[in-house]
Unconditional design. Structure first.
Length: 657
């Protein structure tokens, strides 16, 4: 064992060894393509591995410096350290650190470690400067469609947030990329807010949708160009705009972003110039993140996609949390060198299971739902992150997004008459539709994640179960009539402050009682696309619930939040790895989209009443909805004036009067 440990450490020092065995955190020391470039692409059997070959990654992605700082917990949030730019070159910082570590037997006292950081690092976010979008307009047209005066004023205030959330990367990041973990972006962008001072992939979709609504197409084009540049460099859009996010992408929405932009501007030249890059990103997913699934009983096999990250190691931005996650145990060891250039190779011994666990945590972050009961094993300790197995599930929404992207790519290629490529993507979509119907659809009225290990669907409620309605990826028109019934049967319509992310209370932020703006949009817009009047009215009621929750919290706190707790009157959400964040890009975006769609009907709650959620099911079943008076709610038990406080789920209607 000692001999094997020494050999593995030497391989790490030399940048050699099996990449299937040793976890490359953020980069590899070798680069065969254009080695003089600060970035290079490396490929292996797992597909493109977009790993930067920069000295800075030895600080921000792996090594003893990262380990000592993060495990000392100098900051409440691990992300703060890896977002701090250097005051000098990485080589100089590392040399000073090695000298300091050697003087203290590689266990630096916390006060000295803190002083070292203060001397050699700058405050997080220094590479970014505020930016006001040049195409920002004081009063976009859609705001005039809002009937409720209070909601209109609120909409105007939310529209102002785009100026506060606008950022631009300073030119020093381009001239000295090794001194920052931030990836350089040529064009300015809008960020989520709070701790998220850089752009994030799937967050940006809902931000862009609203920016187009606010008549800001040039801002959207610049953000799109940034993403396209990243795909050309790395083969996919990274999770976020930092070097430590390059191992993982996020939900593939780039093609949908392009579709929204072109539909708004008719800028077909921009589409034509970048269609090959869109194809490159889809290839990353369809060729390198796919899995074969059998329909059971020796039935036909189908190909669908899942989230996976083939590299382990703790996430640098959550290093201490990942390092402390209790692992499952098991055979096998790996040696991770934490002093890359030390004369004596000091290695951490980690179990193979823990290394796999870290890869699953990264896959969970890649999903955007970090973290959720969706990804946890149903066992004795189902709420522990040590039970995560993201890659062992086929997610409904990922495949719905890819299905929609394939349909759009077929349309994009058909415009200039490229029938060969148009047919290719049309066939891919048809194959995915068949696979989703065979593997994911259930007669309960929704689609469900498929468990690859246990060969069964996960029948728990998640808003993602209805994402194919949002993406238009279903072949049987009859499924749309089943969606409202599925929501009723799942008791979702009894929640008056929003659609819960799940019905399981695990303490993870993507579970009950939290509700998230993009998931509201998936369900609401999915139902609104359906021709059924019943689905349309359920969509409106859900939109009213969510709008009122956001409005009431904003009225009390003058802020928008990334998530909301819908269990206690609507509050800022909680749970997960960090405190709830203000801002907030996608939350404001979804609310403004709802104000655009339903502005002539939505109420702030003080002008007109709206149908109470607990009565919606009865009203729908009785067919009374179109002719209900606005000031009463029909129930089989009583007439309840809407000014009366809503009964909670634990109260019966009979006992609430």
């Amino acid at each position: 064992m000692p001999g094997r440990a020494f050999m593995l450490c030497q391989l790490l020092l030399l940048g050699l060894g099996s990449q299937g065995t040793l976890p490359p955190p953020c980069d590899r020391p070798r680069c065969t393509e254009n080695p003089s470039s600060p970035f290079c692409r490396v490929t292996d059997d797992s597909g493109p591995a977009p790993l930067p070959n920069t000295p800075g990654s030895r600080i921000y992605c792996y090594g003893e410096l990262l380990h000592q700082v993060q495990m000392a917990k100098l900051y409440q949030d691990d992300k703060q350290f890896v977002d701090m730019p250097l005051s000098s070159t990485p080589d100089r910082v590392l040399q000073h650190f090695r000298e300091l570590a050697a003087r203290h037997n590689h266990s630096i006292p916390t006060p000295l470690l803190r002083a070292f950081i203060q001397e050699h690092f700058q405050a997080a976010g220094q590479e970014l400067q505020p930016w006001t979008p040049e195409d920002w307009k004081d009063s976009p047209r859609f705001l005039q469609k809002i009937s409720d005066p209070k909601l209109r004023i609120w909409g105007e205030q939310l529209h102002q947030l785009w100026k506060k959330l606008g950022k631009k990367v300073k030119p020093e990041v381009l001239s000295h990329p090794e001194q920052s973990s931030l990836l350089y972006s040529e064009h300015p962008f809008v960020v989520p807010g709070g701790r998220f001072v850089e752009f994030y992939y799937w967050d940006s979709y809902w931000v862009m949708e609203e920016l187009l609504l606010s008549e800001m197409p040039e801002t959207v084009k610049g953000m799109l160009q940034n993403f396209l540049d990243l795909v050309r460099l790395y083969g996919h859009v990274p999770n976020g705009a930092h070097v430590y996010s390059l191992q993982r992408s996020q939900r593939p929405l780039l093609t949908l972003m392009m579709h929204s932009y072109v539909a708004h501007t008719n800028d077909t030249a921009f589409l034509r110039d970048n269609i090959g890059t869109l194809a490159l990103e889809l290839d990353f997913w369809t060729e390198h993140r796919n899995v074969s699934v059998s329909s059971g009983g020796g039935g036909k096999s189908y190909v669908l996609n899942h989230y996976s990250v083939p590299y382990g190691g703790p996430r640098p931005e959550s290093y201490s949390k990942d390092a402390e996650v209790r692992h499952l145990g098991g055979a096998g060891t790996l040696m991770l060198c934490v002093r890359p250039r030390s004369p004596v190779c000091c290695c951490l011994v980690i179990t193979g299971d823990r290394e796999a666990l870290w890869a699953e945590l990264k896959a969970g972050a890649k999903s955007g739902w970090d973290f959720s009961s969706r990804w946890l094993v149903k066992g004795p300790n189902p709420n522990l992150l040590s039970s995560i197995r993201t890659s062992k599930l086929v997610p409904v929404d990922l495949n719905a997004f890819l299905c929609q992207a394939e349909e759009l790519m077929s349309d994009f290629y058909s415009r200039p008459g490229n029938d060969l490529q148009a047919t290719k993507y049309r066939n891919m979509r048809e194959q995915r539709l068949a696979a989703m119907k065979a593997i994911l659809w259930n007669e309960k009225g929704a689609w469900f994640d498929y468990d690859l290990e246990n060969r069964r669907k996960n029948l728990e409620f998640y808003p993602s179960n209805l994402s194919p309605l949002w993406s238009g990826c279903f072949s049987d028109p009859g499924v749309v009539d089943k969606a409202p019934k599925y929501l009723e049967d799942s008791q979702i319509l009894t929640y008056q402050y929003g659609i819960p992310t799940s019905l399981q209370k695990t303490g993870q932020q993507w579970d009950f009682p939290n509700a998230w703006a993009p998931l509201q949009d998936l369900v609401i817009r999915g139902l609104a696309k359906c021709p059924s009047p019943r689905a349309q009215e359920v969509a409106f009621q859900l939109a009213q619930n969510w709008t009122r929750t956001n409005f009431e919290v904003y009225s009390r706190k003058s802020a928008m939040y990334e998530k909301y707790d819908i269990s206690n009157g609507g509050q800022p959400g909680g749970g997960g790895e960090y405190e709830v964040q203000e801002g907030f890009g996608w939350t404001s975006g979804v609310v403004l989209m709802l104000l655009d769609r339903y502005g002539d009907r939505l109420s702030s709650g003080t002008q007109t009443a709206f149908l109470a959620p607990q009565c919606l099911t009865t009203a729908l079943l009785l067919g009374l909805l179109p002719r209900l008076p606005i000031n009463v709610c029909v129930s089989p038990h009583l007439f309840l004036p809407l000014e009366t406080p809503y009964p909670t789920q634990s109260q019966s209607l009979e006992g609430s009067g």
